[in-house]
Design a protein around this ligand. Structure first.
Ligand SMILES: Nc1ncnc2c1ncn2[C@@H]1O[C@H](COP(=O)(O)OP(=O)(O)O)[C@@H](O)[C@H]1O
Ligand SMILES: Cc1cn([C@H]2C[C@H](O)[C@@H](COP(=O)(O)O)O2)c(=O)[nH]c1=O
Length: 233
């Protein structure tokens, strides 16, 4: 019978040299468009873990100052206290090494804004044995991958894609439409600027927004080049 001989020593000596996690960590990803209930699902999960006697902490991006600075808040007003941080790898130091050791579960909201999401999830789940629950947008208003949320899918135990209701027809909404001409990727806002839409209304909405941007651009061009014409138009 053919036998397999590993060239990698699998002795207890080699096992001892690899740092082993305290317990087995987990990564769970909740994603989808705006208003899909991502933060609601994250809060429900974190509260339930806390009620089951596990030590929990919540982190959100300090870029999100919409409803509160030091709380995660859903669009319908449910709240949970959190650490608002510019990056994730500074969390351990901010939280305190000893307190971090005792943590079981870490929730992360607005995950699309954290550049170090992948490295943090690897460290916290693989090495430190934490359960990480991540909520964030998978795509931006142009339906391009947003931040590192999609990069952590290969690290995840579970992935949940939530949907909202299309604000124009009530069907399932998979996408977020930006209602203004602003083109930068990061634009912190709520229902004043964004709405959840189905595929058909996303496509129609993009055509409308593109036309609106062209009109605004041509008006800008006219007022820069021919100020006297633009004043009449
Ligand atoms: N267009 C909307 N404007 C404001 N609130 C909305 C809108 N659509 C849904 N909601 C509310 O937002 C809640 C979901 O909020 P939240 O969990 O913060 O969503 P997400 O984190 O996915 O953006 C829904 O249960 C609903 O009550
Ligand atoms: C689509 C899109 C969204 N944003 C911002 C807008 C909000 O501040 C957050 C998303 O919050 P939610 O909890 O998921 O409702 O992200 C952005 O900056 N750029 C975009 O393209």
């Amino acid at each position: 019978m053919a036998s397999f001989k590993s060239s990698i020593p699998l002795t207890s000596d080699s096992a001892a040299s690899v740092p082993s996690p305290h317990t087995s960590g987990e990564v769970h990803v909740i994603m989808g468009p705006m208003f899909a209930g991502k933060t609601t699902a994250l809060l429900r999960r974190i509260k339930s873990e806390g009620n089951n006697g596990r030590n929990v902490a919540m982190i959100k991006s300090s870029k999100d100052t919409r409803y509160a600075i030091d709380s995660v808040v859903t669009h319908d007003g449910a709240k949970f206290p959190c650490w608002a941080l510019p990056d994730l790898l500074s969390f351990r130091q901010n939280f305190g090494g000893e307190a971090y050791e005792k943590l079981d579960v870490i929730g992360i909201d607005e995950a699309q804004f954290f550049e170090d999401l992948y490295d943090f999830c690897c460290m916290a789940a693989d090495h430190d044995g934490k359960t990480i629950i991540v909520a964030g947008l998978d795509g931006d208003y142009l339906r391009r991958s947003f931040g590192s949320v999609l990069e952590i899918i290969p690290l995840a135990d579970t992935v949940t894609k939530l949907t909202a209701r299309c604000e124009l027809c009530g069907k399932r909404a998979f996408f977020t439409l930006r209602k203004t001409e602003e083109t930068r990727t990061e634009l912190i806002a709520g229902a004043d600027v964004y709405m959840p839409v189905c595929r058909q209304h996303y496509v129609n909405g993009q055509v409308l927004m593109k036309a609106a941007r062209t009109v605004v651009e041509s008006h800008k061009f006219k007022s820069d080049t021919f100020p006297e014409v633009a004043a009449v138009v």
